[in-house]
Write a protein that binds this ligand. Structure first.
Ligand SMILES: Nc1ncnc2c1ncn2[C@@H]1O[C@H](COP(=O)(O)OP(=O)(O)OP(=O)(O)O)[C@@H](O)[C@H]1O
Ligand SMILES: [Mg+2]
Length: 318
């Protein structure tokens, strides 16, 4: 797959301290890439180098095929950057804020009204068009900030903690917006320290700790690499059916354990511990349904991903 953002042995040193320490990042074009790590891991510093705001002390980074040190202007044209701080724009109305940034990107005045209308529509702020920016809620400010990064129609979005400090509903709204932007063909590289935010929508993740990448890849690769096994919960009508499921799946390759759980809401449940990949999960489903068993529910428990994050950031997996 073509990489749209790539770094090789990237370093940023402050005095003797290596904030980013030999980072190799690989972001495929069209991906939603979650850049996850604890506070102080080096996420913002990495993003500031990718956006040409600060120079690497060693190593190289390319964005849309352009070197961040050799061709910073071309890099800036290709990206939309949302910093972790909104900044102070007390005295502006919502539309003026977008107008200001559109003007910064040399978008002709005649085109700006239409553009602003489209952007406000996209981030669902049309009804706040004439409100003062500082009166918006945090969630709305984040959406406005996202709209601003889109003014010059960049193909890559670099977003520093777009969901931080938001309530659950506003977080969901931001996530939905990111998925929508991805469908519009944009590559999205965003940071978070909340793995749940990332795992819901990401196609790829990279986990950074103390300036180093500790694990990176597609969601499926990450799961396969880091989770010892996956847990699948199958819900069927009754105990007898659960027994049938148990016998059937016990023959599947990669099964670690099959257990019938206490019935819940009058339904029987079977928990399958399994070491296979996505094809294996599909094969289990197939096996049960082709035996003519009615499946009431088939879900994969993802709580292990949080455990994986804890394990990785404790340095057990390096
Ligand atoms: N200008 C600077 N001068 C000195 N140290 C810095 C500077 N900027 C960042 N650092 C240090 O570099 C490390 C990485 O910081 P960075 O802001 O990149 O982390 P982060 O992963 O974004 O963390 P957070 O989740 O808190 O946003 C931290 O220890 C920070 O204190
Ligand atoms: Mg940060």
């Amino acid at each position: 797959m073509d990489l749209i953002i790539e770094t090789k042995a990237l370093h940023k040193r402050y005095g003797k301290f290596e904030a980013v320490n030999g980072l190799s990042l690989e972001v495929p074009g069209g991906s939603i890439y979650g850049f996850v790590g604890p506070n102080g891991a080096g996420k913002t510093t990495t993003m500031r180098m990718l956006t040409t705001l600060t120079r690497p002390t060693a190593g190289e980074a390319w964005v849309a095929g352009h070197s961040v040190t050799q061709e910073p202007r071309a890099v800036r044209r290709a990206i939309g950057y949302m910093p972790d701080e909104f900044g102070v724009y007390d005295d502006m109305r919502v539309w003026e804020y977008l107008d200001f940034f559109a003007a910064c990107y040399d978008i002709p005045e005649a085109n700006r009204k239409r553009l602003i209308d489209d952007l406000l529509e996209l981030v669902d702020l049309t009804h706040r068009r004439d409100d003062m920016v500082d009166k918006l809620s945090r969630g709305m400010k984040q959406r406005l900030s996202l709209a601003r990064t889109l003014a010059h129609d960049p193909s890559i979005l670099i977003l520093d903690e777009p969901a931080s400090g938001l309530d659950p509903r506003a977080r969901v709204e931001i996530r939905e917006l990111l998925v929508e932007l991805s469908k519009m063909g944009k590559t999205i590289f965003f940071s978070s320290h909340i793995l749940a935010d990332v795992s819901e929508i990401c196609t790829h993740i990279g986990i950074i700790e103390a300036g180093k990448m500790v694990a990176q890849g597609s969601m499926e690769q990450m799961r396969a690499q880091l989770m010892p096994h996956r847990e699948i919960l199958v819900t069927v009508r009754d105990e007898e059916t659960a027994e049938k499921v148990k016998t059937l799946v016990s023959e599947v390759q990669g099964i670690v354990n099959v257990e019938i759980l206490e019935p819940k809401a009058g339904r029987s449940r079977v928990r399958i511990d399994f070491t296979g990949d996505d094809d294996g999960v599909a094969a289990i489903n197939q096996k049960i349904s082709s035996a003519g068993i009615a499946i009431m529910g088939f879900t994969e428990e993802t709580k292990d991903l949080e455990a994986m994050f804890m394990r990785v950031t404790k340095g057990i997996v390096t």
